[in-house]
Design a protein around this ligand. Structure first.
Ligand SMILES: C[S@@+](CC[C@H](N)C(=O)[O-])C[C@H]1O[C@@H](n2cnc3c(N)ncnc32)[C@H](O)[C@@H]1O
Length: 283
């Protein structure tokens, strides 16, 4: 079979499964199987493809037909213009989380270096690795990322190696602050914040392929914020700042949780969809 015809088979199958961009995804999966870039496909449309590769491609197309996200099939997702490894044990990095990087890049509060940053619930490590890579261009930074999931930590470490920062970022297991022994200038977190009862209503690609530990914030979605607000003061230096990503319409409740623990709200920042997405608190 030639490249072009195989792409057509993939495209038709995905269209039947109501995948939004069937042609694009068919070409993308094809290019991954053949380890070529998309442009090479257009140049080689009439080239023949081996039976083995046809079978691998069709298996991937069938998986996509089950609703498995493209990122989880190819094992990679882009975040802040860099590629991160993902799997079904990690939350796929989301575009709205990039706001945390933009905000912390513009952090003005501290001149003494190194600037110490802790990422709670690091998942793929996308936040702490991006912060390290962005901030080191102008200041000396010391970075820690923790997670409760061994599987997520394995992926975070693989990403740190991929970005050549494995010896620069401390990645370790901790149930929030339990294994943390230092104080930080900045704590950042995109914690699980979906209500338990709402998980079943999430899109299939999320509820079936992102791990529950990365999504579920308990009965009201706010458990992680309570735990973080309860512990954070002991792990922030004087004038330390905490940045948390929040779910839709959680702003008032999350502010109350932190303000009850004597944090001061510095800012509530909206994302590109005009939803309040990040809150910044000061110790
Ligand atoms: C919403 S995901 C965020 C992942 C990543 N930081 C990102 O933004 O893409 C939340 C992460 O918190 C971790 N987590 C959940 N409960 C935790 C706990 N008690 N202590 C530490 N990490 C936890 C999950 O394993 C998951 O990786």
């Amino acid at each position: 079979m030639i490249f072009y015809n195989l792409i057509k088979v993939g495209e038709k199958f995905l269209a039947k499964k109501n995948i939004l961009r069937p042609r694009y995804e068919s070409i993308l999966l094809f290019s991954k199987v053949n380890q070529i870039n998309i442009n090479e496909y257009f140049i080689n449309k009439k080239k023949k493809i081996s039976k083995t590769k046809v079978n691998i491609f069709l298996k991937k197309i069938a998986l996509r037909g089950t609703g498995k996200p493209l990122s989880k099939i190819i094992g990679k997702k882009e975040f802040y213009s860099r590629e991160f490894f993902v799997n079904t044990k990690t939350l796929d990095p989301r575009p709205e989380t990039e706001l945390l990087i933009d905000l912390i890049k513009n952090f003005k509060g501290k001149t003494v270096t190194p600037l110490k940053i802790l990422d709670l619930g690091t998942g793929t490590g996308c936040i702490i690795i991006s912060l390290f890579l962005e901030l080191r261009k102008k200041i000396n930074v010391s970075c820690d990322g923790i997670d409760i999931s061994n599987n997520a930590l394995r992926v975070a470490k693989k990403n740190a190696i991929h970005h050549h920062v494995a010896n620069k970022i401390n990645l370790y297991k901790s149930n929030w602050f339990i294994n943390i022994k230092k104080k930080f200038d900045i704590i950042v977190s995109n914690p699980p914040y979906i209500k338990k009862s709402e998980i079943k209503f999430l899109p299939l690609e999320v509820k079936n392929f992102d791990p529950e530990v990365s999504l579920c914030g308990g009965y009201d979605g706010l458990n992680s914020f309570r735990r973080i607000a309860h512990g954070a003061k002991n792990f922030l230096k004087k004038d330390g700042v905490i940045y948390v990503e929040i779910g839709n319409y959680q702003s008032e409740k999350v502010r109350k949780i932190f303000e009850n623990k004597k944090f001061v709200t510095l800012d509530v920042v909206k994302d590109l969809s005009n939803m309040e997405r990040v809150i910044i608190f000061k110790k």
